[in-house]
Design a protein around this ligand. Sequence first.
Ligand SMILES: Cc1cc2nc3c(=O)[nH]c(=O)nc-3n(C[C@H](O)[C@H](O)[C@H](O)COP(=O)(O)OP(=O)(O)OC[C@H]3O[C@@H](n4cnc5c(N)ncnc54)[C@H](O)[C@@H]3O)c2cc1C
Length: 472
Amino acid sequence: MSDTLSAPMTGVETVLSALRETMGTQISTVPSVREEHSHGEALDVSCLPAAVVFAESTDDVSRVLSLCHEHRVPVVAFGAGTSIEGHVTPPADGISLDLSRMTEIVQFNPEDLDCRVQAGLTRQELNTRIRDSGLFFPVDPGGEATLGGMCATRASGTAAVKYGTMKENVLGMTVVLATGEVIRTGGQVRKSSTGYDLTSLFIGSEGTLGIITEIQLRLYGLPESIAAAICQFSTVDEAITTAVEMIQYGLPVARVEFLDEVQMAASIAFSHLDELKPLPTLFFEFSGGPASVREQVEATESIARDNGGLGFAWADTPEERTRLWKARHDAFWAARAIDHSALVISTDCIVPISRLAELIDGAREDIAASGLRAAMLGHVGDGNFHTLILTENSAEGRARLLELDRKIVGRALALGGSCSGEHGVGIGKLEFLEPEHGVGALSVMRALKQTMDPRGILNPGKLLPPGEAYRG
Ligand SMILES: Cc1cc2nc3c(=O)[nH]c(=O)nc-3n(C[C@H](O)[C@H](O)[C@H](O)COP(=O)(O)OP(=O)(O)OC[C@H]3O[C@@H](n4cnc5c(N)ncnc54)[C@H](O)[C@@H]3O)c2cc1C
């Protein structure tokens, strides 16, 4: 008998063999499927999982996790794979657990303005299915992300300035723990003062504490009236001051997005925005009753005019509005298209709104000193912006890129900010966790991870930098 035939099965082979009895057709070891699950977007880290398992129910997830726990096999939850910090890259002996087949609306409660969905449903699909009810789910990270992935990354995006992030819009969940045990957190009520807030604990946990299978979401009425516009400025300072003053005056703007001159040049070319100039620009959306929208528009026009705005161009039809926001959502791909061979990373810093202009000024100085190409854009109404840094794809290029990244993050932390407003930690932001949270808070996070996933099978190597566990 050959050595190969007599070798004992590895942990992952044992798990797959057991799963094949009940979930045979839901397991794939096809190279192209494993490749699709070997990485997310942007960050250039990838590794083929041993297999991809497609869950179709909470019971499936529970079965996979209890076997993986028993045999110490790593499991990485996979929603749509749009995360950009290496979140979904599995270890080579791990299983990628894909939830994208779990797309049901389990409950729809229009009279309570909420619904319960399976975690693999995308927010666009949810909004398409409930459109006739006059309700919608507002958190909008742009791409076709799943609601489970959005919970796990504590996603936000362009609409957070009005509606908040996933943290404010999830009422409860069903979660499968590392051992396979199924728990429910929160509920349908808008508030509760009982027990630890486990729902919040799982939001932003990046699949490292449990796998979310159902989510109770808040819904909102579709606004009666929507207006969208852009305003261009001669300088970045003028654009940022306009956005900051709008927030400080308490205008309930639905979206206010900034694109600098480099990003605008890229977006004009990529999205055919030929009517615009490569100048610092704000994209706005206002929503509500007609009178309220009119008031918001007048106040915004006045603030922009006082800050040197070069006039408003209005998107008058729903088609024009869609074209404008598609261009904004495609901004990352537009910047990528500046040089397809380049290595690209995106910063995701956030600071209190009063410090935003200072951070952006400093970041622009750092970019100029680095000699690298970089485009800036962001959800400036939240104090959050991205610098998409491009460099040649070499060890030296990578080192220069990381040096610039560290300088910008260092500035944000010094101003009381965070290294990530919405993208999360994954692998890419691990080094910033300790400077941001401090040793004590990090020890508590490690202790939580140790308690909830004692065998370290859930998305190992993500979110928490290696280090000592809390000893108490
Ligand atoms: C061009 C572009 C623009 C973007 N813009 C924004 C933006 O404006 N705002 C923003 O917030 N994000 C943005 N993102 C990032 C990304 O879209 C979000 O992080 C999104 O929430 C990820 O969802 P997903 O379904 O793709 O998750 P995945 O990428 O599949 O997974 C993300 C993480 O969540 C875990 N996970 C997935 N599903 C579950 C589950 N059911 N239970 C537990 N853990 C799970 C994974 O293991 C992984 O750690 C952008 C990305 C791109 C490429």
